[in-house]
Design a protein around this ligand. Structure first.
Ligand SMILES: C[S@@+](CC[C@H](N)C(=O)[O-])C[C@H]1O[C@@H](n2cnc3c(N)ncnc32)[C@H](O)[C@@H]1O
Length: 298
């Protein structure tokens, strides 16, 4: 049973997060004025992107620190029903990957060989030889449409030793298949081993359509690793409270939507051979930003 104080702080938490984000708006405006970047200042959507980029540059590392205990095991294939477990329940990431919404690059290092056991890092790749469920990552398409995040993303790629492996795709996931003025590459359908989505699917446009499109890039047997916040389904009171917060939340958090049934959209994206996802057990019922953690296998 939650104490009154736990309940209070849990319900207040999203407002606190929005207030922290708001405190970065003056800093963003001042730095744009200093750079005489009136194009961004005068465009509400570009200003919102720049503001979110500044805020996430500060907030992202803290969010990563609290999520790492779930995400690292997830990518090692060590989750079951949304819980982290000791031994792999399936393969970890490896081969050709897409990272959706790479942001400032706080998660880039998870693709590096540093996360492999020695035999797998040498390219052997066999689970028995490596003692782990991950294989070498040979290519990453890091999809990130916000140009304000790219300088930091490039730095993180170099720090992780992933130059030549990790490519920034400077468009939204909806444009992955079509060469454009912004990106002259393309990803072929059914060519990708793994998709990694960490706190991104809340921010993409037309999620049902775009998740179906992304599904098409996975090979048969390919896996989609998911750690996303989703709509609460606890009771009508929490759903109403989350919907009320969501009247303000997207304005403060770069367009992020709190009430997306992302798990359902993923289930409906296409036929899956296996789905092993769930909500982490340590999230209380009064959490207004609950998560889904796990793997969809095509
Ligand atoms: C909450 S941030 C998370 C960033 C990163 N995954 C992390 O956890 O640090 C969501 C990211 O999704 C990106 N995004 C927004 N629209 C997108 C789209 N259409 N396709 C891909 N990414 C998008 C945003 O620019 C933002 O960087």
């Amino acid at each position: 049973m939650a104490s009154m104080s736990e309940l209070f702080w849990s319900l207040i938490d999203p407002w606190h997060f929005m207030a922290l984000s708001a405190s970065w708006l003056p800093h963003t405006v001042i730095s744009l004025l200093r750079d005489r970047n009136f194009r961004v200042l005068l465009s509400p959507s570009a200003l919102q992107d720049a503001w979110f980029g500044h805020f996430w540059g500060w907030a992202g590392p803290n969010v990563k620190m609290s999520a790492e205990a779930r995400v690292i095991p997830l990518l090692e294939g060590r989750t079951s029903g949304g819980q982290v477990v000791a031994a792999p329940t399936g393969p970890g990431i490896g081969g050709v990957c897409i990272e959706t919404g790479a942001g400032s690059g706080f998660w880039v290092d998870i693709f590096s060989d540093r996360h492999l056991k020695p035999a797998a890092a040498a390219g052997d790749g066999s689970k028995a030889a490596s003692g782990g469920a991950r294989k070498k990552v040979t290519r990453v398409y890091g999809v990130e449409p916000n140009p304000g995040q790219h300088a930091s993303l490039r730095r993180k790629i170099a720090e992780a030793g992933l130059d030549g492996v990790y490519e920034i795709v400077p468009v939204g996931i909806e444009a992955l298949g079509q060469p454009s003025a912004k990106w002259d590459g393309r990803v072929e359908k059914e060519s990708v081993d793994c998709i990694v989505s960490i706190l991104c699917l809340c921010s993409i446009p037309d999620p049902q359509h775009n998740l179906r499109e992304l599904y098409g890039y996975l090979k048969k047997g390919g896996r989609w690793y998911v750690y996303e916040h989703v709509r609460t389904d606890v009771n009508w009171g929490m759903r109403a409270y989350q919907a009320f917060i969501n009247l303000f939340w997207p304005q403060f958090l770069g367009g992020c939507q709190l009430c997306r049934p992302t798990e359902q959209y993923l289930r409906e994206a296409g036929p899956w051979a296996k789905i092993d996802v769930g909500q982490p057990a340590d999230e209380p019922w009064h959490h207004s930003v609950p998560h889904v953690l796990g793997v969809f296998t095509k």
